[in-house]
Design a protein around this ligand. Structure first.
Ligand SMILES: C[S@@+](CC[C@H](N)C(=O)[O-])C[C@H]1O[C@@H](n2cnc3c(N)ncnc32)[C@H](O)[C@@H]1O
Length: 202
């Protein structure tokens, strides 16, 4: 029996066409962010990028996007769906093991259903990872889902206040928080958009 820390857990689901988390295209909340001009294009890393819809969305808006996933089938799908005019840097790796060369490279870390995919015991490690990947002043953009307290997973439920605590205790400041009006219907009320800036202030 594999667990969600293992690439095989995810790979089997992609191979069997059982990936209900995949919206089949860019996340509408991110499409709005990418288009409204509030984010200056820069270097972005997408953690647990899956089949890459959101990574390609931001690449098409002029961001230099690194898309990381450890599942063979997810990486293969990103390679197959590559937009040659707006290429991604596709990295097949356990994101917890990204080498130090990635540290401080990014203006943005993007997360959707990646934080909720890891074991809750690893959430501190995830926050440390985001902290080391970002430049000073960089932003962690998280569409935090699924909000709740149901046991088990994945997806393991999230609590926005706990995510904010996890990052503010690492020198981040909450820049923006909303219940998105454009969540996909099935997720409305179960997700919040959080943007946290790495300020170094504790
Ligand atoms: C629920 S899916 C979300 C995919 C994508 N973000 C989306 O919204 O469609 C979680 C993804 O994270 C990947 N993943 C989980 N843990 C990972 C890890 N430690 N390193 C790299 N990828 C990971 C899985 O392979 C899977 O593609």
């Amino acid at each position: 029996m594999t667990d969600s820390n293992s690439p095989d857990f995810w790979d089997i689901r992609y191979q069997n066409n059982q990936f209900p988390w995949d919206l089949g295209g860019p996340t509408p909340v991110f499409a709005r962010l990418a288009a409204n001009g509030q984010l200056t294009p820069g270097k972005m890393i997408v953690l647990g990028a899956g089949r890459g819809h959101d990574a390609r969305l931001f690449a098409r808006q002029g961001f230099a996007v690194t898309a990381v996933d450890f599942a063979d089938a997810a990486v293969a799908a990103m390679q197959e769906m590559a937009d040659l005019d707006h290429p991604l840097e596709i990295v097949q790796s356990d994101f917890f093991w990204l080498p130090p060369a990635f540290n401080g490279r990014y203006q943005y870390v993007l997360d959707y259903t990646s934080f909720c995919a890891i074991l809750p015991a690893r959430r501190g490690d995830y926050a440390d990872l985001v902290t080391r990947l970002l430049q000073p002043g960089g932003q962690y953009i998280s569409l935090a889902f699924p909000i709740g307290t149901r046991p088990g997973g994945p997806p393991f439920t999230v609590q926005p206040e706990a995510i904010i605590d996890l990052f503010t205790t690492r020198g981040f400041t909450l820049h923006h928080r909303e219940s998105p009006p454009d969540s996909v219907p099935a997720r409305k009320g179960y997700e919040e958009l959080l943007v946290l800036t790495k300020t170094g202030e504790l």
